[in-house]
Design a protein around this ligand. Structure first.
Ligand code: ATP
Ligand code: MG
Length: 400
């Protein structure tokens, strides 16, 4: 860090806590490099310098970059477990007090509640105050500003750390980041993104394990409206920052839907539609070098998600289908949707094609062989090939 001093002079400093990445063995460098790149790309166009020391990153950002931009970046970048704004000042008591006052206006002190402790380390023993005096005096400043807070030196909820070295370094206990692994470290997949609650959460969860995803939406205009497409675009834009950007691919599915409706039994409509979605998704995934499909299915949630239905859907896909929500309750999925900010958009009342074409009494326990025969008998391959060749694409940036 010291060697970079001139390069980082005057820049804002953030300490970043790394989690699972620090546990990696020989390939730790690969994960760290990806995380550094992801952070730098998001901070761009502002200048940033990232260095590593003792299991954490030091992120220096050009002072013209707003704090909110850095915070939003770090809260949406997988691999970041926590971060704190750090301030550096001269070994001057007035400057130290000013730094402390600035830091306790921000997270995690900003709410003014809970317990805290000031912890000082005096590397430079010539500094006229000892650690205890620094802690007591700065603790007083915190209590003046946040009178509801209480000191707890054993198990504080928040900490104000002070290191007196060549200069004084001050930072607070980390604000939570999203954890997980850097996006891109697990390769690329194709997320089947509908306008519902589940699939954006599924995409977010896979991105958290390092999977970068393109999104695929089956649009059946005019049975599904322009607003339904707009909703999916909005959802793709909402998850894009977590996913380091994404491309939304829209398939025109109307002719296929109508063909299914005419050429299969009503009770099989949904299953046939899911079979077609798998075929189209496989073809598009391969073109885009995506190694897996991702869906928002959860076991038992609806007729097309019984174990038998999932077995049938799987049999229609050559690529593995990842279903990160398979064992989650709807309530748990909704909690995540709220936390990542997709819920309000997902519940807007624009039907997706599954709803428009769904039969009154769908088959809930399909048989892979029997329904495969039904699928073949539809003779839909030509229409699917046409759909695959006529997609529209909408790129979403990582700061969308
Ligand atoms: P969601 O809340 O994600 O819409 P859902 O509970 O409505 O899911 P289904 O409609 O059976 O369940 O869809 C299951 C999964 O299939 C979705 O999570 C999504 O991954 C995919 N899917 C369904 N409809 C579409 C569509 N129109 N375009 C793209 N993917 C779709
Ligand atoms: Mg749906």
């Amino acid at each position: 860090m010291e060697g970079r001093k001139s390069e980082t002079e005057g820049m804002a400093l953030y300490l970043i806590k790394l989690g699972e990445i620090s546990l990696k063995g020989l390939n730790r460098g690969f994960f760290e490099k990806k995380l550094k790149n992801n952070i730098k790309l998001k901070i761009h166009p502002y200048r940033s310098v990232l260095t590593r020391e003792k299991g954490r990153f030091y992120l220096y950002v050009d002072p013209s970059c707003p704090d909110e931009h850095v915070e939003r970046t770090l809260k949406t970048t997988f691999g970041v477990v926590g971060f704190s704004r750090a301030l550096v000042c001269n070994k001057d008591w007035d400057e130290m007090c000013a730094c402390a006052k600035t830091l306790i206006e921000k997270e995690p002190f900003a709410c003014g509640e809970g317990t805290f402790k000031v912890e000082a380390r005096r590397g430079d023993k010539s500094f006229p105050m000892n650690s205890y005096q620094i802690e007591a005096n700065l603790g007083g400043i915190v209590l003046d500003r946040h009178p509801s807070m209480k000191v707890d030196v054993h198990k504080p909820q928040k900490e104000l750390m002070v290191e007196v070295r060549d200069k004084v370094y001050m930072y607070t206990s980390p604000v939570d980041g999203p954890g997980g692994l850097p996006v891109g470290t697990a390769g690329k997949g194709l997320l089947l993104l509908s306008g519902g609650i589940d699939s954006p959460v599924a995409g977010w969860r896979m991105a958290k394990r390092g999977l970068k995803q393109d999104c695929l939406y089956f649009h059946a205009y005019p049975y599904t409206s322009e607003q339904a497409l707009q909703k999916v675009k909005d959802l793709a834009r909402l998850i894009a920052p977590y996913n380091m950007g994404t491309n939304l691919v829209v398939v025109n599915f109307t002719e296929c839907e109508l063909w299914i409706k005419e050429h299969s039994k009503e009770e099989e409509h949904t299953l046939m539609m899911r079979a077609c979605m798998m075929k189209v998704a496989n073809a598009i995934a391969k073109k885009r070098d995506c190694k897996v499909l991702v869906t928002g299915e959860a076991l038992g949630q609806v007729a097309s998600q019984t174990l038998e239905s999932i077995c049938f859907t799987n049999s229609m896909s050559e690529l593995p289908v990842l279903r990160p929500l398979v064992a989650m309750d709807k309530g748990e999925i909704i909690d995540t949707a709220r936390a990542i900010g997709t819920y309000e958009t997902s519940i807007l009342p624009y039907d997706d094609c599954c709803v428009v074409f769904s039969p009154k009494h769908p088959l809930v326990r399909p048989d892979v062989q029997a329904q495969t025969v039904s699928y073949r008998e539809m003779g839909i391959e030509e229409l699917l090939a046409k759909a695959i060749d006529s997609v529209e694409e909408f790129p979403m940036g990582y700061n969308a």
